[in-house]
Design a protein around this ligand. Sequence first.
Ligand SMILES: [Fe+2]
Length: 194
Amino acid sequence: MAKSETLHDAFIDELRDTYDAEKQIIKALPKMVKAASSPGLKAAFTAHLEETRGQVGRLEQVFASLDEKVRGKHCDGVAGILEEGKAIMEEDFDESTMDACLIAGAQRVEHYEMAAYGTLVAWARAMGHSDAARLLEATLNEEKAADGKLSKLAEGGINQDAADMAHPSEEPDHNAPAAKKKAQKPAKKATRRR
Ligand SMILES: [Fe+2]
């Protein structure tokens, strides 16, 4: 039997997974920019695309600092979240509801990444890989900031606009009209997610 794998092996594996996740996100973000209507949200996604390219570069530096070849390994977790996001974009939502749902999907990605980078930073520190830890922490902070920016956009008007579409003030009975059903369903989803 081969000798058991160590935390260092798990760390490298996790880095490869995260590297692949970032690459998947780079492919998905331009579609999210297109699907968004709010100029602020479009700008946030565009800025995060640029940031994500930098994060890929940072991961390459991490691999180099560990004398490891740059390699990705398919990240099923982010693939699943992005698949859900794709399904959202295919829905026939009104503009603000689509924006609210895009934010909900994007925040799922951010939280996945925050979990991944949080672990990577902690493991790098525990093993004394200080250069790697510093680089990974810079990305962790960017992911946290991106998540905060999305919350601000959602709570700064987008959710309310979507909610108003679902429950217009002149129509307090939101169960009755069939025409409102489409807008109503996603708005519920969006509120439930936060
Ligand atoms: Fe990222």
